[in-house]
Design a protein around this ligand. Structure first.
Ligand SMILES: Cc1cc2nc3c(=O)[nH]c(=O)nc-3n(C[C@H](O)[C@H](O)[C@H](O)COP(=O)(O)OP(=O)(O)OC[C@H]3O[C@@H](n4cnc5c(N)ncnc54)[C@H](O)[C@@H]3O)c2cc1C
Length: 462
């Protein structure tokens, strides 16, 4: 296993042109950004207001770490490319890896997908806990030349030229004796997560903030860690049951270590899972396949159920702004925070990192303009898929124009046929993993299989 993250220069990357960049936020997105920026800037300083732990423990700034957190194959590819050796290290440390369809029970929209055959794409799914993944990525970013990570340090505001057209640094407040100071920077990257400080900072500087597209999903997550008997779920290492129109609830049951599993129950507005242990179990019963529920009843709980509310998916349209100060970028959830049930956030952060690398390779001119457009193209597919699936549920408020209704009707038929068709399952998984564009699902061969598959079976009564 190799760890060559700290290598001096990757020939695929732009030559360093010097200067200092400050990244606000050391979440997954901030770390991906720092990795890419270290190929261009002499110095990259990452600040985070949390105390960043030395062990795989949860922290206040990333409360989602207590819940099921899976990285899709598109994110895995990003990790492979930017942090060689990291995934092999996780596997060597006992992190389960899903390589075969038999290892994953996946039932989106009420359709348990076919578990036969082999995955055509060789990118497997790794299942570390979120704190474990973040710590491994952070350790590698720390070793990059010129990179410093400062924790217990909160970004409090931007520093600009007197005319407000260029950001020249950031005001930070250390949660120790050092107090407040300014960090001068040639580029500031806001990766502070869903709360994204830039919208308010822009308004303070007299700029229009970006338009926000919102889908009020009103989701609640409740999760707990359990010890399962070896082989209790057969070959399965992950069970994902999505919501469906008649049942706006779902579950993700993930193996994190040999006998340690995390069960996350999910409910849309009015159908939130309870946090008391008896209610938690009761809620899981109609959601999980019966044998999985039996294994759950026999499992040993290792902690108490913990909750997280997620009110709305939010997409900030930075790419549509006419005026934006130079020397500033926004990154990760601060641009777009997706309904977490689709597991897209970390993978889209990896895709944004790839977009940033391409933009940096073209030089510094109009960087924010080019980056926001390139990031928006990556975000668009994931956003449309998530929003479309949410709008298939009557509980979620929002307009359902004809294209959304047609797409959802098509997905319903595709998933019905995919229950027995390994090839269709493959195609769907590639699209939902963000490895292929949704248009592949309209290939004539795919359309033919969907039509035949639906003719061969009676549609399930809903
Ligand atoms: C319940 C839940 C489950 C999820 N499940 C999945 C999943 O299965 N798969 C997936 O890919 N994604 C999932 N996501 C999304 C995923 O967590 C994020 O998309 C991903 O972590 C990228 O986020 P980020 O780094 O932009 O922001 P965050 O992870 O929120 O990190 C922001 C960082 O900024 C720091 N910060 C905030 N304000 C300041 C400040 N003023 N100064 C300094 N530092 C600051 C915080 O401490 C934090 O470290 C889930 C999200 C939620 C809420």
């Amino acid at each position: 296993m190799s760890d060559d993250t700290a290598r001096p220069h990757d020939p695929k990357e732009p030559r360093a042109r010097g200067g200092h960049c400050v990244v606000l936020g050391a979440g997954i997105a901030g770390l991906f950004a720092a990795r890419v920026l270290s190929g261009t800037f002499d110095r990259v300083t990452v600040v985070d207001r949390d105390t960043l732990p030395e062990t795989d423990e949860n922290r206040r700034g990333v409360p989602q770490g207590r819940h099921a957190h899976a990285i899709l194959p598109a994110g895995t590819r990003g990790l492979q490319e930017m942090f060689p050796g990291l995934l092999e290290g996780l596997e060597a440390a006992g992190v389960p890896v899903v390589r075969e369809p038999t290892e994953m029970h996946f039932a989106p929209g009420g359709h348990p997908l076919c578990q036969e055959g082999r995955y055509a794409d060789p990118t497997p799914t790794y299942q570390p806990t979120r704190p474990q993944l973040e710590r491994q990525v952070r350790a590698r970013v720390r070793k990059l030349p010129g990179v410093e990570i400062i924790d217990r340090c909160e970004a409090a505001g931007l520093v600009c030229t007197p005319d407000g057209t260029r950001v020249t640094g950031v005001r930070v407040v250390h949660r120790d004796a050092r107090g407040e100071r300014e960090l001068t920077a040639d580029l500031v990257v806001d990766a502070t997560g869903r709360g994204g400080r830039t919208t308010r900072w822009l308004a303070d500087l007299g700029y229009e903030p970006p338009r926000e597209d919102k889908i009020p999903v009103d989701i609640k997550y409740v999760s707990r860690t359990l010890r399962l008997a070896p082989g209790a779920l057969g070959r399965r290492k992950v069970v994902i049951v999505g919501a469906e129109p008649g049942r706006p609830t779902g579950a993700t049951f993930l193996q994190h270590q040999q006998d340690r599993w995390m069960l996350t129950l999910i409910g849309y507005g009015g159908h939130h899972p309870p946090t008391d242990p008896a209610g938690f179990l009761e809620f899981a019963k109609p959601v999980l396949p019966s044998d999985v529920f039996e294994a759950l009843c026999a499992a040993e709980p290792l902690d108490d159920p913990v909750a997280h509310r997620y009110p709305a998916s939010v997409r900030r349209r930075y790419e549509r702004l006419r005026r934006f100060p130079e020397g500033l970028l926004v990154f990760g959830d601060a641009i777009c925070s997706f309904n977490p049930v689709y597991g897209q956030g970390m993978s889209v952060a990896a895709l944004q990192a790839a977009a940033l690398r391409e933009c940096l390779a073209q030089g510094p001119d109009r960087l924010s303009y080019r980056f926001f457009r390139a990031a928006a193209r990556r975000i668009e597919v994931a956003w449309q898929m998530a929003v479309g699936s949410d709008l298939a549920l009557p509980q979620v408020e929002g307009d359902r124009p004809l294209p959304v209704r047609l797409t959802n009707a098509w997905f319903e038929r595709l998933l019905t046929a995919a229950e027995r068709d390994p090839a269709l399952t493959q195609e769907f998984v590639k699209v939902s993993s963000l490895l292929s564009p949704p248009l592949i699902l309209l290939h004539p061969v795919t359309v033919g299989r969907v039509v035949l598959g639906n003719l061969r079976r009676t549609p399930r009564a809903r």
